[in-house]
Ligand binder design. Structure first.
Ligand SMILES: [Zn+2]
Length: 269
């Protein structure tokens, strides 16, 4: 399969060039308010990507994308990928009681229902939407398959929302695009569904990382008050060292006086 890991590669490449793929005509600005997970309404949602929370707080949001696609599913079925759940990373977050927000694809949420239910039952985890099957929303997005019509986009969001809400009992407030690829009309479409688009302001991620300490160090160098950090929860082969990165990152954030909180907590501040 030529597209092995394309989703994660897309994310990794995209965040590296994050500034250039923000929604058009929307200069980055700092978010001072945003809907909570339970009270999202289309009127409260900004029709632009949020990359960070307010800068006047000593808090940051660790976010992890749970990628899963038909391509990855085929690999898992063939035994060439392990189960796409990074249990070690979940354990590190759980044991250190570190709040985090998981952007789950609908395919991940429905394939790994037991894991999803555990995350949903832990108040330190917040769940958000990473589309149904990790298709790209723009025609050119690092080789990801293109989703096609607006109707397909709506369905991808709705189906994923349903899968998450079934586990949490709460409305989904946030969405992140595969590869961080979206047009301005897409951002409006997401906002019309009550979903706030969330990117990152810390371009270093765990994708294809081999040196956990180097990645953690780089993230700690870039992180600021209010930052939104992007990592992955699907594990090997695309994000194999996320747990080890978290083990360095979490105390490193604390040493800088930055407390990890969920996205809705950060954006409400
Ligand atoms: Zn992704």
């Amino acid at each position: 399969m030529k597209r092995t890991g394309a989703g994660l590669i897309a994310a990794a490449v995209a965040v590296t060039v994050g500034c250039s793929i923000q929604s058009q005509g929307s200069p980055e600005s700092e978010s001072s308010s945003s809907p909570s997970a339970t009270t999202a309404t289309s009127s409260a949602v900004k029709a632009r990507a949020i990359r960070n929370g307010p800068r006047n707080v000593n808090a940051v949001a660790i976010t992890l994308d749970a990628d899963y696609s038909p391509s990855a599913q085929a690999h898992v079925a063939a035994g060439t990928y392990p189960k796409q759940v990074n249990q070690d990373a979940i354990d590190v977050l759980t044991e250190t009681k570190t709040p985090a927000t998981v952007f789950a694809t609908g395919m991940w949420a429905t394939t790994y229902q037991k894991e999803l239910a555990k995350l949903a039952a832990n108040p330190n985890f917040e769940l958000a939407n990473h589309t149904w099957n990790h298709d790209a929303w723009t025609k050119t997005c690092y080789g990801l398959p293109y989703i096609g019509s607006d109707q397909a986009k709506h369905e991808s969001l709705q189906q994923t929302n349903r899968a998450i809400t079934q586990a949490t009992g709460k409305a989904v407030a946030y969405v992140r695009m595969p590869g961080l690829c979206q047009n301005h009309s897409d951002v409006k479409l997401m906002a019309s569904e009550g979903l706030q688009l969330v990117n990152t302001d810390v371009p270093t991620t765990d994708a294809f990382a081999t040196s956990p300490s180097a990645v953690a160090k780089s993230m700690l160098k870039q992180v600021k008050p209010g930052s939104i950090l992007l990592m992955h929860l699907n594990g090997a082969p695309n994000a194999p060292v996320t747990a080890a990165i978290l083990k360095v990152l979490i105390p490193g954030l604390k040493a800088k006086g930055l407390t990890p909180v969920t996205l809705s907590t950060l954006l409400k501040k």
